[in-house]
Design a protein around this ligand. Sequence first.
Ligand SMILES: Nc1nc2c(c(=O)[nH]1)N[C@H]1C(S)=C(S)[C@@H](COP(=O)(O)O)O[C@H]1N2
Ligand SMILES: [Mo]
Length: 405
Amino acid sequence: MLDDTDTQQPDATRRGLLGGFALASTATFLGVTLPLQLTATRALASDDAVDGKTGLVVLNDRPLNAETPAHLLDDPITPTTRHFIRNNGIEPLEVDAATWTLTVDGLVDTPLELTIADMRDQFEVHTVALVIECGGNGRAFFDPPASGNQWTVGAVGCSEWTGVRLKDVLEAAGVQDGVVYTAHYGADQHLSGDPDKLPISRGVPIAKALTDDVLIAFEQNGEPMHIHNGAPLRLVVPGWPGSCSQKWLTRIELRDVVHDGPKMTGQSYRVPAYPVAAGQSVPDEDFVIIERMPVKSLITHPADGAEVSSATEVRGHAWSGDRTISAVHLSTDFGTTWIEAELDAPVNSGAWQNWRAQVELPQAGYYEIWSRATDDAGDMQPFAIAWNPKGYLNNRMHVASVRAS
Ligand SMILES: Nc1nc2c(c(=O)[nH]1)N[C@H]1C(S)=C(S)[C@@H](COP(=O)(O)O)O[C@H]1N2
Ligand SMILES: [Mo]
């Protein structure tokens, strides 16, 4: 079965696209400072390489994978032009929002076949800001390295999505007794071109599917969705691995077993059920499915590598799976002292929270600004990475290096 590893292009192709960037440049990375040479080299290849996107850094072109540099995620709501792209297969070539249908079947009382217009007519339409973060965001910092897309920090976004609640649609279909899991299907094709294979088909526990936050979306930031973000119809399951948020959505099936579609099984979007040492090999049967994403923050201003004055505003976002962030702290002295940032409430459940702080840098020189979020269950971002074989869930504190003049 294909997993993240197999969806990588051969090195030669990737190097051609990225102008000399080699995965090895992150392999020995141990400390906290962002690898500046990596950032700089990647930026060369980034300039608007993807239609309708601005400043994204392309990691791979088949399938297309592109992340957003942290400083381009500075807006409270992520503009469509800056929302990252994570594809496992080949996108559908032509999509027509007028004729697109969603099938809801499996263990339901009444199977449904709905157009987008049907959904707008039959259900309440909601517009909400929702975080999508790839389960592998931060993988580039794993040591030993984990195979798969070498995301740094920018496989995350919080656009405003318009659609209907999955819950409302499932309740209209009638959820039968014994349903434990959803299964999501999209219109993209397997990289091999084999029409009988799916690139990815994941699901969520039925309890999660029936929460208010899970949306079947047909607009992004008040406009038609970007094709790379799943137009004309996608799921958005905020706070859970982005892989749960099926793009180009065509079908939702309800099952009485945990879904076993491509990228549900093996080591995909899974972590060991027990703590492991860095580099330890773990048998497949000891892996468990990732559910909520962990507490995390991102510094979006100043940009990593910026020249700043001694008094400077630092700002960014923080989020934690299905929870709320209760505090964000910043340190400019390697964790010796901390200040608390001003923190906004989420604009709605499922959105990230924006924060800002005025930071005083005591003298000219080099600083690392660390950000550390704490959620309402008391979880705090760690200093170090809890290593796992596939490089998921890196929620280490974010660091922006600056030079004060
Ligand atoms: N049909 C389909 N849906 C998909 C994927 C995919 O490859 N095909 N990738 C998933 C993964 S792994 C992530 S992280 C999110 C990324 O959403 P985005 O590309 O809109 O940022 O989409 C998810 N939905
Ligand atoms: Mo992902």
